[in-house]
Design a protein around this ligand. Sequence first.
Ligand SMILES: NC(=O)c1ccc[n+]([C@@H]2O[C@H](COP(=O)([O-])OP(=O)(O)OC[C@H]3O[C@@H](n4cnc5c(N)ncnc54)[C@H](O)[C@@H]3O)[C@@H](O)[C@H]2O)c1
Length: 353
Amino acid sequence: MIGIGIIGYGYWGPNLVRNFFETPDCTVVSVSDLSRDRLAKIGPRYPTVETTTDYRDLLRDPRVDAVVVATPVSTHFKLGMEALQAGKHVLIEKPMTCDATEAQRLVDEADLRKRILAVDHTFVYTPAVRKIKDLVTKGDLGDIYYYDSVRVNLGLFQHDVNVIWDLAVHDLSIMDFILPAQPVAVSATGISHVPGEPENMAYMTMYFDSRVMAHVHVNWLAPVKVRRTLIGGSRKMVVYDDLEPSEKIKVYDKGITVNGDHAGNGNGNGNGNARYQMMVGYRTGDVWSPQLDITTEALSLELRHFVGCIQNNTTPLVDGHAGLRVVRLLEAATESMRHSGRPVDLAANRCTV
Ligand SMILES: NC(=O)c1ccc[n+]([C@@H]2O[C@H](COP(=O)([O-])OP(=O)(O)OC[C@H]3O[C@@H](n4cnc5c(N)ncnc54)[C@H](O)[C@@H]3O)[C@@H](O)[C@H]2O)c1
């Protein structure tokens, strides 16, 4: 039986406690929050769970094997590091840390102490994202050409992080899981419409060594909620709409065929349009929507996986390295925004022009 301690019982913490309660082979030992009012809500619902305002009680408790950090991002590094140093396995909320140096130090500490370090990129555990990964891996989409997502709504304005750290983190975690290659550079533009507050809308473009391009558009100031991703491949294309109740994924057998005979035929007769039509042919086939098992909450699947990784000493699907890669992208995008969208080289995390 794996003993769980949870730090942070604000908005997300209760979802973690509820789902751990339904997870086999584990028991929630204790929950910590700075607010006594929040902790007071635990007793009536979960009488066996202990509560404390001092998170160090969890770290000292030998019944706690794993600690979940569900506090604001500015505290993730300190709490995650102390938990690892106390010999606990750690599941840390997204985004993993405020900067890549901190994320790297957590990865190193977990390696050194041979502890499981997982990051809560919840979307990776949704059946929709797992299905897209499966389609990409099996080659059903062909060569991936682009990843293009929109995540906008009239959202809660955050004061400590910009919209990229709040919303794009989801898209970047999905992209990191699905695409076979890592971006090499990123450029981002964004703007704040509230003086003195972080950017509330932003556009991120990611460049790869191959012919892949990725774009993420996020906005807290949109009149409608949109959660839509297009993934274009040489054979098929996917539309993933997370707001669709059941048919979240549609796979389109659509694309183009380029006639190689004419591709380089610059005969100079001035008939550019006719030549273009000869070069590019359009293919439209069936559209299908794969059946997804949406009966189990993604967070529940994730927590079962986390407990299984501890029991079997296996690497989580979203480990510290995945958390670090996403933080690097967020950091580089924020750096690019400061320089009006100049591309930032991800290897060096420097503006390239
Ligand atoms: N995976 C997801 O889909 C998802 C969704 C929402 C939030 N989150 C993440 O969860 C984390 C928390 O977000 P939230 O919306 O619940 O924030 P929140 O502000 O509602 O709650 C954070 C809680 O942490 C407590 N806290 C802060 N420092 C503490 C400490 N030292 N010891 C004990 N308790 C402490 C606060 O008192 C507060 O109750 C963030 O990293 C956020 O990005 C993830």
